[in-house]
Design a protein around this ligand. Structure first.
Ligand code: PFF
Length: 455
């Protein structure tokens, strides 16, 4: 399918969109966050619930965002202005743009570690004990953060076609190929079987309210939902493309890659005799010691960190794109200036994040939790934006589509390019009206009551 020539950029083909949207979805959320959250939440049973969440919540909300994006051909703010002119709903769009910049600021700090560890693995300098010192090293944290930010905004400055499309088309297949290689390496390690068992055989006695809540939070974060990233990406889709199959492919890609990441990590962990509950440091700390004990370990490490930086880059690109599209569409700024503003604001917010892992005592111990523990600036950002704002955003989007824009308008949009969707629309309505809002409200209430973060 060829692009319809319009002043607004458009994906050159359906497959280009799928690669770019899957590039947004697949990131540190899949390869770093999914395995460690799975490890902390009991393994197989969590994986089972996560799959349910993707089907019952993730896919319906994905379809919602894509239809809003294509109907309006706008960024999240513009989408509300076009679909409900003059209504206060535009506030939800602003919330999405701000959430994108806020997530970008701390996500890029962690993404910076992937470049640092790529360089360390090339230099054969992988010392698991050095991780704590590394994240507390101010010049290194700021350098890698800024480097990653520069790479992300550089791609977006090239425009939808020239930037995002080119990079994601080439890199996604490379990513999958590299992961297959790593799985083969991991599952053939001695002692890998117990890791596979932990990961794949559900033990439902480990399921609690917490397991559900973590599965839901992880689902939204991983699919890039709740802040309009998929509204923005949907705005570049051609009218005769099939949103249902495009959205389904993106969910499928994202889920397969998360599952593959688990297949790399759990067998390797079991083989090294390490516990799966290592948490935040699972990838960057435990795996490093693992690479050191593996034949060809430094080679495997290079592949792994290369792959992780690619995945993170295609996600940061989408985070930059949301705010950029807003500034270009709504404020009539040239793309170059828009990208510069996004980079500037992100740098200002990201530096305290980069300092909050030991570099600065103030930012590391910003919020006392009362039990002798503290929340860092980065931790607060993740809690407020990565968890609360995304969940609240998804909830408000469901309410908007059901009660304001109306499901019938959304179904009409989806049916252009997929006439058969009418028959399935009732299931979609149930998901948007009941299943997703109730489940999301449950997470928000739980998080407010317990004051916990999902990460
Ligand atoms: N989905 C990305 C990941 O799993 O790493 C993170 C993300 C990107 C969240 C874009 C939200 C977003 F809009």
């Amino acid at each position: 399918m060829s692009a319809i020539q319009k002043p607004r950029g458009q994906w050159s083909s359906k497959i280009a969109f799928i690669f770019a949207a899957a590039g947004s979805a697949v990131g540190l959320g899949n390869i770093w966050r999914f395995p460690y959250v799975t490890g902390e939440n009991g393994g197989g049973a969590f994986v089972f619930l996560y799959l349910l969440v993707i089907v019952l919540l993730g896919f319906p909300v994905m379809l919602l965002e894509l239809s809003m994006g294509r109907a309006s051909e706008k960024n999240p703010v513009g989408a509300f202005r076009v679909l409900r002119p003059g209504s206060p709903w535009v506030f939800v769009g602003f919330m999405g743009v701000l959430t994108g910049i806020a997530i970008l600021s701390y996500y890029t700090v962690i993404a910076g570690w992937t470049i640092a560890y790529l360089i360390k693995s090339i230099n054969m300098d992988l010392d698991p004990k050095a991780f704590g010192n590394f994240i507390a090293d101010i010049p290194q944290q700021i350098t890698y953060f800024l480097l990653f930010l520069l790479a992300s905004v550089g791609v977006v400055a090239g425009g939808v076609k020239d930037g995002i499309e080119r990079i994601t088309r080439v890199l996604m297949p490379v990513l999958i190929g590299l992961m297959v290689l790593l799985i083969i390496r991991s599952v053939t390690l001695e002692g890998a079987l117990s890791g596979l068992e932990f990961y794949l055989v559900p033990d439902f006695s480990k399921v609690s309210a917490r397991t559900f809540i973590y599965a839901i939070g992880q689902g939204f974060f991983s699919l890039s939902l709740g802040m309009g990233a998929m509204i923005t990406y949907g705005s570049y889709i051609s009218k005769d493309d099939n949103l249902v199959s495009s959205g389904a492919y993106v969910c499928l890609f994202d889920t397969v890659i998360a599952l593959m990441a688990g297949l790399i990590i759990f067998p390797a962990l079991a083989s090294a005799g390490q516990a799966p509950e290592a948490g935040f440091t699972l990838v960057f700390d435990v795996l490093i010691s693992l690479f050191n004990q593996m034949p060809l370990g430094s080679f495997v490490a290079i592949i792994f960190f290369f792959l992780l930086s690619i995945a993170a880059l295609t996600s940061t690109i989408s985070l930059v794109e949301v705010a950029t599209a807003y500034l270009v569409d709504e404020r009539n700024l040239p793309r170059g200036s828009a990208v510069l503003i996004v980079a500037g604001v992100t740098a200002v917010l990201g530096i305290p994040c980069a300092l909050s892992l030991g570099g600065s005592d103030f930012f590391t111990h910003l919020l006392p939790l009362g039990n002798g523990q503290y929340k860092s600036f980065l931790g607060i950002m993740d809690f407020v934006f990565g968890n609360m704002a995304l969940s609240l955003g998804a909830l408000l989007l469901c309410i908007f589509v059901v009660y304001s824009w109306k499901v019938s308008s959304a179904v009409k949009e989806i049916s252009s390019g997929n006439p058969g969707f009418q028959r399935w629309a009732i299931y979609w309505l149930v998901a948007l009206k009941y299943v997703a809002p109730l489940a999301i409200a449950a997470i928000l209430i739980y998080m407010v009551v317990t004051g916990q973060t999902l990460s």
